[in-house]
Unconditional design. Structure first.
Ligand SMILES: [Zn+2]
Length: 122
């Protein structure tokens, strides 16, 4: 016999847990599986938040949660026109699908000639 609350095992014939007074059961329900921690990985780095928001909106419309991380590289010369970089992050389990979707999106953009400055280095 088992206590469903504190999961202590008891001899046959005992009906109440000595620790918490809960009625014992013959079989314990399995514990729910541990929640895997969500690892977020970058799928795209873009040069503006506007572009990042576009990608975020696109991925979220496909059911993939997104997070934006701003990265400002102070080493880059300001005269070069760099305002920093925005990384689009997705949960690791959605990475492959996000890459597929972004590949499709960028193929469309190339066809319409409105390709942004999206680097594929990550
Ligand atoms: Zn108990």
């Amino acid at each position: 016999m088992f206590c469903p609350d504190c999961r202590t095992e008891y001899r046959q014939g005992i009906e109440q847990c000595a620790d918490c007074g809960t009625h014992l059961v013959a079989v314990l329900e399995p514990l729910p599986p541990p929640q895997p921690g969500q690892d977020w990985v970058p799928v795209r780095t873009v040069s503006s938040e506007t572009e990042a928001r576009l990608i975020e909106g696109y991925l979220e419309s496909e059911g993939i949660p997104c997070g934006l991380v701003s990265r400002v590289f102070h080493a880059e010369p300001v005269a070069f026109g760099s305002l920093g970089r925005v990384q689009v992050h997705v949960p690791a389990q959605h990475r492959d699908r996000a890459h597929q979707l972004l590949g499709k999106l960028e193929a469309q953009e190339r066809q319409t000639g409105s390709v942004g400055d999206i680097s594929a280095d990550c």
